[in-house]
Design a protein around this ligand. Structure first.
Ligand code: CA
Length: 491
């Protein structure tokens, strides 16, 4: 029986715990940062000591997936906890309907101070945030003019550092110490065209970046989709991407640093007159080094923010997420960019540190998704998750507990076609071991056994010994499409 005194006692406990005990949520997201380029994932091509701190002190997710591997749509999924067909933002040509329910709005109503800094990329202005200071569209790497409710603010400097500065300024000077906060810090880097900071223009000058095993993939043994795309290192990087022409948007001082760095390298390249595979290898090195140089600045700025949390003691009651809006091809299959349901772009890096919850140095292999972030923020804040949200709160997983009824399959749907990279629209299912993909525009299927063929080089769809597996996956796929209310295309 609940007595009045028990109620009083409960009220006083809650009062004592109060707002101070509700955790702050710091969500740091990069743009196009593949897990291959975070040293905590062990691929050995670069060092990200600051991002790695979250893995050492928290949980690394090795099977975190996105629902639609592209910039704007991923952001809309994270804000709404809904698949693209329900939040209305299916391709980068769409405009986010900011009148819909978002996790920022719910947290704000629940007493959180909310802030959004950096890349937004949803066309309409942010809603649900007490403070926002965002890049316009993709935003440049240098000297961004950023948008705020009060108007456009010009900045001079390197965008990754500026986003770090703005994040620290908000924490130091704009945060309300009487409220828990929900802060989204979204870097533009390492998105194309991979312009490094002056500070890192010479990093990796004396090393060769390890090539992926599938750099020279010939796209045989699959549907025609993989062969028809336009996102190869070999054919689709522009002179601007490769820094073979003068870069726009730099001031005199920045341009001088750039000319000093790229001038000698470009002259050596012209003299070498490379051809064939040698030329592809050179382009891969140029592209990969610039990409990793951009990540060095992201890592440095993650470190600045983590240091601030530790210095102030805020770290003890702050959940920190590090993720990307999706994964990325760092030369795998000969590609740059994302979009596909193949592992490198379907998977996204995810590291979460939640003091008192995530066991230090833990690794999780459950099938989690960016769809789960919004429900997870709400669980952490002790706020009920609206029934219409399609993700699952990850609180138990973050506590290091086994969750036997966790999902056993993930559903994916990509739409944007034909431009900019001619990647056929597709949907599909991935389980622990298999992946079934339907390219519906060309009426083709692919099936991969991820255990036998981790690089997804040979589709075994239609193979006689795969009939039972295929039928099982197809029926599970139909159920998933029903569950998530995805009826497009109507087949
Ligand atoms: Ca992106």
């Amino acid at each position: 029986m609940v007595t009045p005194s028990a109620i009083l006692m409960l009220a006083s406990v809650l009062g004592a715990a109060g707002e101070a005990e509700r955790p702050n949520i710091l969500f740091i997201m990069a743009d196009d940062h593949g897990y291959q380029a975070i040293s905590a994932y062990g691929h050995g091509i670069n060092e990200t000591p600051n991002i790695d701190r979250l893995a050492k002190e928290g949980m690394r997710f090795d099977r975190a997936f996105v629902t639609n591997s592209i910039c704007g749509p991923s952001r809309a999924v994270i804000l709404t906890g809904l698949y693209s067909h329900l939040n209305g933002f299916k391709t980068n040509n769409d405009r986010f309907d900011g009148s819909q329910q978002t996790v920022a709005k719910i947290l704000r109503t629940s007493g959180y101070q909310t802030a959004m800094i950096g890349k937004w990329h949803l066309v309409s202005d942010p809603t649900g945030f007490d403070y926002w200071h965002i890049l316009q569209g993709q935003g440049p790497y240098y000297n961004p003019r950023m948008k705020t409710p009060e108007g456009v603010v010009p900045h001079t400097g390197y965008t990754t550092d500026i986003i770090g500065d703005l994040t620290l300024d908000w924490l130091q000077n704009k945060r309300d110490p009487d409220k828990p906060f929900f802060l989204m810090c979204h870097h533009k880097a390492p998105h194309r065209n991979w312009q490094p900071s002056p500070k890192y223009l010479h990093k990796y000058d004396d090393v060769q970046i390890k090539e992926p095993e599938t750099l020279f993939d010939d796209y045989s043994n699959r549907t025609r989709a993989a062969a028809e795309q336009e996102m190869t290192v070999a054919k689709h990087l522009s002179p601007n991407d490769l820094k073979l022409i003068e870069q726009r948007g730099l001031n005199d001082e920045q341009a001088e640093a750039w000319n000093a760095a790229y001038g000698p390298k470009n002259r050596a390249f012209e003299e070498a007159k490379l051809e064939g595979d040698e030329l592809v290898r050179w382009m891969y090195q140029r592209y990969a080094k610039d990409y990793l140089r951009c990540i060095a600045a992201v890592d440095e700025n993650v470190g600045r923010v983590l240091d601030y949390l530790e210095t102030t003691g805020l770290d003890k009651n702050t959940i920190v997420f590090y993720t990307s809006d999706q994964g990325w091809y760092l030369g795998e299959h000969g590609w740059y960019d994302k979009r596909w349901m193949y592992e490198e772009s379907f998977r996204t890096p995810l590291l979460i540190r939640w003091p008192g919850h995530t066991p230090a140095g833990s690794v999780n292999t459950d099938l989690v998704m960016n769809l789960d972030f919004a429900p997870t923020f709400l669980q952490a804040a002790g706020v009920p998750v609206p029934e219409q949200m399609q993700g699952e709160g990850m609180e138990l997983i973050l506590n290091g507990q086994p969750v036997p009824d966790w999902r056993k399959e993930v559903y994916y749907h990509y739409y944007e076609y034909p431009q900019p990279h001619r990647v056929q629209p597709h949907y599909g299912i991935r389980t622990d071991r298999y992946k079934l993909i339907r390219f519906y525009g060309i009426d083709q299927w692919e099936l991969f056994d991820l255990q036998e063929d981790p690089h997804e080089l040979t589709s075994i769809y239609g193979r006689a010994d795969m009939v039972a597996v295929q039928q099982d996956l197809q029926s599970r796929l139909i159920k998933l499409r029903d569950k998530y209310q995805d009826h497009e295309p109507d087949e």
